[in-house]
Design a protein around this ligand. Structure first.
Ligand code: GLC
Length: 752
């Protein structure tokens, strides 16, 4: 390694080595270093820090300008790049870091980013699946392991957690979030941020997290990807923003803006969102990264006339770093020279970026994440596999179990396993798995073989035709039923049929909106053909979003929702099927009966005609009921739980204590998620008929009872009015507790 020639940066590095004491009075030590470094930087070098390029072999989006890749090396050496994404592996990271630290004038280290969304090498369930566990500890651990493995590959920043609330399963990215509820989504987002960032960002196994996408992306009109978002103030303040506010309060290091316009203004240039709310009201100290090319897309939105205009508006609106638009690197210096962007805007953005780099310890040691031994020892580590299996089991939701078909007897004979997904080692990895390797999932077949040799497989039908990958549409098989005969014949001679149906791993995720939520392709026909000859079916769903499966719900005796469970998928599913793990998951998102009900969610407003009425004039459909197929918070167990004795104690004026007794009335131990909901019956802005405001997951032995306690404070009882003010209003409330959002014990309570 070339000796670093003496350069102004050496002053800063010396500062970095200063013992952890206040060097200049009360001034924050890092702030002092940042200010000293800013003074050394030219305008071009400052703009360079605001520029992020993607790596050369792992694009995660359409590169706006093919052929630019060769320029990147030039920019790296001249300090014109502040960060890169999609570059991983200790050797690659070190090579690129050396280029910048040793060759550029100031040697300011790069920060290396990747989408570490649900694990890195060892993959965990897709985030929507993890959310179904309602197990915040396990979710934090999942993110922790993602950070350990990502940092072992030289990475120090992840573009996660995605905390977009969404009520529309047509939108493919529901797989990436925590579902439809703000309270649950906020707590899961916080668990993930804690897992990624830990308590000390300067350690080489913690990484900066990103709260994304700011804001409203999950409310794309008609669930169509990248579509317009036009929503009211109450939904913005009470549903969409709270998870981001909590992330900022939890010291998340970066926020990523979103592709969509919000009420007519692209998020990337939305001053209201980024300056007024995020950096103003919330005093966010980190930095804002654009989404991939979201700056450039302002031209297509009809909000910018050219890339120079993009750079000016994005910077002035509070975007600090430009991912792959080439706007800042091409035009920001001229914007400043022309007086269109004040140097203070640049200095603030650069200071935010530098601050995170100092906090990550990158100035102290730019190669602290480049430890080849950690990379060799930690990727796919056995402990990580164990944690992934635990998380996967906890993410499975038992939707139906008529006649106790499940759990299977381990002595069960003649088990048919039908469906191409049962033998698929790729789909269970889910869509966002950039850092991992293809075909590394334990398939359902592999998991089952660890329990029994009584299984026989039949594909039934291909799900997709030809090659599928991250950036291309999956071509769904809608015609080829040539495998039906073999599958039906197998089912006919079998005692029980396990049907693994659902979506290919690349059928949900970014760019994957669907206009219907049925089982894709010919799977429904396959299910009905098998049912004709053998009704003893266990349907195992493998999917990235809620599906409409009313026929299955009506006919099939047992249904498991297994999402895409990651590397340990088959082992987790087999463990639940044979009863070694009693399923405990609860739906984080409503399952509709039909696509016509979408968006459908539990925390609706009452409307003025909630009905039902004898005449037609009430809020309903003439061809479908209003209720979902399976409600938010729903999930069964192999045992039974009984709720009784709901009590409310408001003797302390600062809080309301709610308790309920839960008893395991079945014959085996099981975990339950007791849920607390409230309704503010009269508000200055109408309030939902119910809102989740507490939950508790616990294990009960057969016959055991537990008094579950919740506490409500003004934080839970209040809401944002249309002026964005958080208010708590006296009046009548309903307090509700139960196993899901529909089966609830209710008590009235008055807030004085
Ligand atoms: C993608 C996604 C964003 C991701 C980014 C970098 O388009 O919208 O969530 O972090 O690009 O891969």
């Amino acid at each position: 390694m070339k000796w670093i020639i003496f350069k102004p940066i050496a002053v800063i590095l010396l500062l970095a080595l200063v013992p952890n004491q206040k060097v200049f009075g009360q001034l924050d030590e890092i702030q002092t270093k940042v200010e000293a470094l800013l003074k050394e930087m030219t305008l071009a070098e400052k703009v360079g820090q605001m520029n992020q390029y993607s790596g050369f072999w792992d694009a995660t989006g359409p590169s706006p300008r093919e052929g630019q890749a060769k320029d990147k090396y030039g920019h790296l050496k001249s300090g014109m790049v502040g960060s890169v994404l999609n570059v991983r592996g200790v050797e690659n990271v070190r090579k690129m870091q050396e280029l910048v630290v040793e060759e550029s004038r100031l040697g300011i280290p790069l920060i290396f980013a990747l989408d570490v969304i649900h694990g890195h090498k060892t993959l965990f369930p897709i985030p929507l699946g993890e959310a179904a566990s309602w197990d915040l500890e396990a979710i934090e651990k999942s993110a922790r392991i993602g950070a350990i493995e990502a940092s072992a590959e030289g990475l120090n920043w992840t573009f996660a957690p995605m905390i977009d609330i969404s009520r529309d399963a047509r939108w493919g990215r529901v797989m990436e979030g925590a579902g439809e509820d703000t309270y649950l989504g906020t707590r899961i987002g916080l668990a993930r941020i804690k897992g990624f960032q830990g308590d000390d960002l300067s350690l080489n196994n913690t990484i900066a997290a990103t709260a994304k996408h700011f804001a409203g992306y999950g409310f794309a009109e008609a669930g169509r990807e990248y579509n317009t978002v036009d929503i009211g103030t109450s939904t913005l303040y009470n549903v969409i923003l709270p998870p981001f506010k909590a992330a900022v309060d939890a010291n998340v290091k970066s926020v990523m803006n979103s592709f969509n316009v919000l009420n007519g203004v692209p998020a990337t240039a939305n001053k209201f969102l980024q300056r007024d709310i995020l950096k103003g009201e919330w005093d966010f100290k980190g930095f804002v990264i654009s989404d991939w090319g979201s700056g450039l897309e302002m031209i297509d939105h009809g909000f910018a006339s050219d890339l120079e205009h993009v750079a000016e508006m994005a910077a002035n609106a509070g975007s600090d770093m430009d991912m792959e638009s080439y706007a800042f690197i091409s035009h920001l210096q001229k914007n400043v020279e022309d007086g269109k962007v004040d140097i203070k805007v640049i200095d603030d953005a650069v200071a935010r970026i530098l601050r995170v780099k100092f906090e990550l310890g990158l100035f102290e040691d730019p190669y602290r994440y480049c430890d080849a031994k950690r990379e060799k020892d930690l990727l796919y580590h056995a402990d990580h596999m164990e944690a992934a299996l635990d998380m996967a089991k906890k993410s499975i939701v038992l939707l139906k179990n008529e006649g106790q078909v499940l759990p299977l007897n381990k002595a069960q004979k003649k088990i048919a396993v039908i469906g191409t997904l049962a033998d698929d080692k790729n789909s269970p990895l889910g869509n966002w798995r950039l850092g991992s390797d293809d075909n590394t999932a334990i398939s359902v077949m592999e998991g089952l073989k660890k329990y029994t040799d009584q299984i026989t497989f039949a594909e039934g039908a291909e799900l997709v035709v030809g090659h599928v990958d991250f950036v291309n549409e999956a071509k769904i098989n809608t015609t080829d039923k040539s495998g039906f005969a073999e599958a039906v014949a197998l089912a006919k001679e079998s005692e029980v049929v396990l049907m693994v149906l659902g979506e290919h791993g690349f059928q949900s995720g970014e760019g994957r909106s669907r206009t219907n939520l049925d089982l894709p392709g010919v799977q429904q026909e396959l299910l009905e053909a098998v049912y004709e000859v053998n009704k003893n079916i266990v349907l195992i769903l493998m999917n990235g979003r809620p599906l409409t499966i009313p026929w299955a719900d009506k006919h099939v005796p047992a249904i498991l929702e297994t999402w895409q469970l990651g590397t340990q998928s088959g082992n987790a599913i087999a463990s639940v099927l044979f009863g070694d793990y009693n399923p405990s998951g609860k739906l984080p998102m409503t399952f509709p009966r039909s696509i016509g009900q979408v968006p459908i969610y539990y925390n609706t407003y009452s409307t003025g005609r909630p009905g039902p009425k004898d005449i037609v004039f009430w809020s309903h459909y003439s061809d479908e009921v209003n209720t979902p197929l399976y409600p938010f918070g729903y999930g069964l167990s192999y045992t039974k739980f009984e709720y009784s004795d709901l009590q409310i104690n408001d003797s302390d004026p600062t809080k309301v204590e709610v308790s309920v007794v839960v008893k395991n009335t079945g014959d085996r131990a099981g975990e339950e998620v007791a849920q607390l909901y409230i309704q503010d019956k009269v508000g200055s802005v109408v309030r939902p008929v119910k809102e989740l405001k507490g939950f508790d997951k616990f294990l009960l032995k057969a016959g055991e009872s537990k008094t579950v306690k919740f506490t409500l404070t003004d934080n839970e009882l209040g809401f944002y009015n249309n002026q964005g003010e958080f208010v708590v209003e006296p009046g009548d409330f309903n307090i509700m507790v139960g196993p899901n959002s529909m089966e609830l014990m209710i008590k009235s309570w008055v807030k004085k």
